[in-house]
Structure formats: structure tokens, C-alpha cells
Design a protein around this ligand. Structure first.
Ligand code: F6P
Length: 322
């Protein structure tokens, strides 16, 4: 069959729209008819599947989010709905899918391939950067830049007012965003779920710095640690003795115009994924490690616990310990 579809699953990232644009362009270049599946696996089940052409993707390269929508589908976990999804794909003559998502989505696709033979190319897309086997996930660079801008701005006001600011990043259980952001913004305190800590250990050091004239503190914490941003801010006020504020960056980290890096990576991931499908790699995730693209099986990416690259942990050692 000559028909190929793309869908987005799970949390959207900036980089999905450039990937969708290039999916259309590269599919046509390869003699394939591109289709969009709207709203992730939900769209497969509801037959929200539409053929696409160049005009559908004009002007989207600069935009965050995803033109075709995304969703976290509970129904796709059930075999009966996967059967409906397969029937819908058959109606459109589609037997290949490009899936922008995380490891949960790829696990779902691997099952779908096993049951119904629909080939897929998984493109790691999550700001959390927590997919085993790939150093880079689409959207991470844009999220890091959004966080950097926010931290630079917060630092300005923190220094003006003599305050501690505690800024919480996303990442679910993975501290990558907070780690890189804490390191590259010169934060005084960085807390991530992967490294155990005790706030008490920082007490003497921070109090001394304050008594010696330090005007402010910037703390970057990851969601997934044991305290909330409010609790860490309260600790600064009550224990260290400096007025403090908490900022939870939240979903703004998932939006914004994709950076050049995310646009370029979107193009490269799409080419690699489609080339793999055309070469008979029917159930592979396109990964980027040690500056090379490679295909990994679902077992390699979905069944292992993710760890942050040891060299990065080492580099950040001093900002993660007291
Ligand atoms: O996985 C991406 C992510 O943004 C996480 O960092 C965060 O914990 C979660 O999704 C938020 O999910 P939702 O958009 O459903 O609130």
C-alpha cells in the first residue's frame, strides 16, 4: 500500500508541527499519499483520518503545539477498540503510521503491530527527555529555552527585591529539564527526583551567604520531588530567613515557537522514520544517540528504567549537592 498516516499521542511538544509539515513533504517525495489522524489514537478509533496535502501544512513550521491534535487514549488499551482502529485504517488503505509520542504510545503501537500488522515508526517526542535509547526527544530544546527565559526574568526580579525564588519545572518523574536549567542558569539550589537531598544540609551555607550580603537565591526544582515549590519557598522564609516566592512554570513549557534545533530535528527524525518504514523496519523507534540516528526495538526503549546521562550528572554534581 502507498498510504501513510501520522498521529501525535500524549503531551504535545513544540516540534510536532514542523514534523507534520515535513511528513507531508517527504511522504509525497517518496511517492506515498500522506494522511492525518486527528487527536491521537482517539482519531484512529473514531475514524478521524483525512488525506493531507502541501496546503494543509503551509505556515505551521513556526507554531508550537500540533495542528492535528493529541490525546492520551484509554480506549486504545482495549483490544476491541484496536480492532476498530485497524478497520478504519483499512477503509483508507493505510498500513503505515508515523507516531509522535512517548514510550507508552510506542508500547501501544507495538501491540497494534503484533495484532494487526500495522507498521509504525516511533518518533520520541516529549519535553521530559525520558525515553530510554535516545539522547534527544523532540521538543526538549524549545522547552529548555522557554524555561531559560523564565529563569532569567525571575532572576532580575529576585535580585531587585532581595528574595528567594523557587521555580518548578515539568518533567514528570525525570529531572532532566530542571537539571539542565538549574545548571545553565546558575541556580543556587537544584532539586531533582533522581538525587536524594535534605534541605537541612543547605541551611548553614545559605544562612552564612545571606549574612555575608547575598541578595537573593534562585532555586530550580523538578516536579516529582518530595516537596512542592510552595513548601521549598516556605523553607526559605522560615528557616533561611529571606522573603520568598514560588513559581510553577506549568504548561507554558510545552508551548512556544519551536527553536531551530527542534525544527531541524523534526525534519531529521521524519526522514529517518519514513526511510525505516520503506526499508521494512516495521516496529522501530527512531532514536538519536551519540550524534547518530539509529532504529531501536520497543523492548530497548520501553522496558528499561530511564536514567539521566551519567556525564551530565557528573557535570552538574556541584549544583546537585551541598
Ligand atoms: O509528559 C509531558 C508532561 O508535560 C509532563 O512533564 C507533565 O508531568 C505532564 O505531561 C502533564 O500532563 P497534562 O498535560 O496531562 O497535565
Amino acid at each position: 500500500m502507498k498510504n501513510i498516516a501520522i498521529l501525535c499521542s500524549g503531551g504535545d511538544v513544540s516540534g510536532m508541527n514542523p514534523a507534520i509539515k515535513h511528513f507531508v513533504e517527504y511522504s509525497i517525495e517518496k511517492g506515498l499519499q500522506p494522511y492525518f489522524v486527528y487527536d491521537g489514537f482517539e482519531g484512529l478509533i473514531d475514524n478521524n483520518i483525512v488525506s493531507a496535502s502541501y496546503k494543509d501544512v503551509s505556515g505551521i513550521i513556526t507554531r508550537g503545539g500540533t495542528k492535528i491534535g493529541s490525546a492520551r487514549s484509554k480506549r486504545f488499551l482495549e483490544a476491541s477498540y484496536r480492532q476498530i482502529a485497524k478497520d478504519n485504517l483499512d477503509k483508507h488503505g493505510i498500513d503505515k503510521l508515523v507516531v509522535l509520542g512517548g514510550d507508552g504510545s510506542f508500547r501501544g503501537m507495538a501491540k497494534f503491530y503484533e495484532e494487526h500488522g500495522i507498521a509504525f515508526a516511533g518518533i520520541p517526542s516529549t519535553i521530559d527527555n525520558d525515553i530510554v535509547g535516545t539522547d534527544y526527544c523532540l521538543g526538549v530544546d524549545t522547552a529548555l529555552n522557554i524555561i531559560r527565559e523564565a529563569l532569567d526574568a525571575v532572576r532580575d526580579t529576585a535580585s531587585s527585591f532581595k528574595r528567594a525564588f523557587v521555580v518548578e519545572t515539568m518533567g514528570r518523574d525525570c529531572g532532566y529539564l530542571a537539571l539542565v536549567s538549574g545548571l545553565t542558569s546558575g541556580a543556587e539550589l537544584t532539586l531533582i527526583p533522581e538525587v536524594s537531598y535534605n534541605l537541612h544540609d543547605y541551611e548553614a551555607k545559605f544562612k552564612k551567604e545571606l549574612s555575608e550580603g547575598r541578595r537573593y537565591f534562585l532555586a530550580v526544582i523538578s516536579e516529582g520531588i518530595k516537596e512542592s515549590a510552595e513548601e521549598v519557598a516556605a523553607w526559605f522564609e522560615d528557616v533561611i530567613g529571606i522573603e520568598s516566592r514560588a513559581t510553577v512554570l506549568g504548561h507554558i513549557q510545552r508551548g512556544g515557537n519551536p527553536t531551530s534545533r527542534d525544527r531541524l530535528m523534526a525534519y531529521r527524525f521524519i526522514n529517518f522514520g519514513i526511510d525505516g518504514l520503506l526499508a521494512g523496519k516495521n516496529d522501530k523507534v527512531s532514536c538519536y544517540s551519540a550524534s547518530q540516528f539509529n532504529y531501536k526495538s520497543i523492548g530497548d526503549v520501553a522496558n528499561t528504567q530511564h536514567v539521566i546521562e551519567p556525564a551530565l550528572m557528573k557535570l552538574a554534581e556541584s549544583c546537585l549537592t551541598c
